[in-house]
Design a protein around this ligand. Structure first.
Ligand code: PGA
Length: 274
């Protein structure tokens, strides 16, 4: 299983800044080690510019028409042609319609995305998304052909109240409620992101990460019996160049989701190659 090294640019970067960072990343990363994949979750407005900056055919051809795009990416999900992918930070669970301000899976595919994030803690806690709504997004995006990184994690109050396991179980079961049990393992990943470690500089310690990831692996095995061990579980929360290699080496850590330290190409490339 390849490690997924993901950048979450949140609400940062104009098109020009995003394109420059992608070009710098491609230059700094060169040929990626064969056990690594990179995903950049760029703001919606910069996805098109990022896609055009990628050299791969799969991404260039995606601009021919939205039909071609879906075909290219369905093929790419089964057998990725490249190891550098784009993703959307959110998605609405409908193909199209009167949903002002929202973005459909087809629109993300049209911008050469392979991935989408669902349930990021900032959407749960700042935008008020419920577990059930996150589940609808996850199922709809998968069905539409996007690969999903479903984010989950507890707040400090929940952790201190001994609710880690209950919170992760609840977020997981609602999050994957509509996902078929036989889904291909590369199509769904989890990102464990303790809310108290996001953007705070306070990284979870190895024992906290090991405990949560082992629990998530166990939870995955109940629903996705045959393929749970091939599904990726990413860690996110204050990952930096100087802690990335320790985190990525832990059991059941199959990648990282990086916010602040992914904004500069130099720092994110050191994490990818850690
Ligand atoms: P951070 O953010 O690396 O800045 O803590 C991680 C995330 O929110 O995905």
């Amino acid at each position: 299983m390849k490690k997924l090294m993901a950048a979450n640019w949140k609400m940062y970067k104009t098109r020009v800044q995003a394109e420059e960072t992608i070009k710098d990343l491609l230059r700094l990363l060169g040929d990626l080690p064969s056990d690594r994949e990179v995903a950049v979750f760029a703001p919606f407005t910069a996805l098109d510019a990022c896609g055009r900056a990628l050299p791969y055919d799969a991404c260039r051809r995606a601009f021919d028409s939205s039909d071609a795009c879906v075909r290219v990416h369905q093929k790419a999900s089964g057998q990725p042609a490249a190891s550098f992918f784009l993703g959307g930070q959110d998605v609405y669970p409908a193909a199209e319609g009167a949903f002002t301000g929202e973005i459909s899976p087809g629109m993300l595919l049209d911008c050469a995305c392979r991935f989408v994030l669902t349930g990021h803690s900032e959407r749960r806690h700042i935008l008020g998304e419920s577990n059930e709504f996150v589940g609808r997004k996850t199922a709809f995006a998968l069905e539409a052909g996007l690969d999903v990184v479903l984010c989950l994690g507890e707040t400090l109050e929940e952790r201190e109240a001994g609710k880690l396991e209950a919170v992760l179980r609840e977020q997981f079961s609602a999050g994957v409620a509509g996902v078929p049990g036989d889904i291909a393992p590369q199509r769904l990943s989890l990102a464990y992101e303790p809310v108290w470690a996001i953007g705070t500089g306070r990284v979870a310690g190895p024992s906290e990460i090991l405990e949560a990831h082992a629990l998530l692996r166990d939870i995955l095995r109940k629903k996705f019996v045959a393929q749970a061990d091939q599904m990726r579980i990413l860690y996110g929360g204050s990952v930096k160049p100087d802690n990335a290699s320790q985190i990525i080496g832990l059991d059941n850590v199959d990648g990282v989701l990086v916010g602040g330290a992914s904004l500069e190409a130099e720092s994110f490339s050191r994490i990818v190659l850690a």
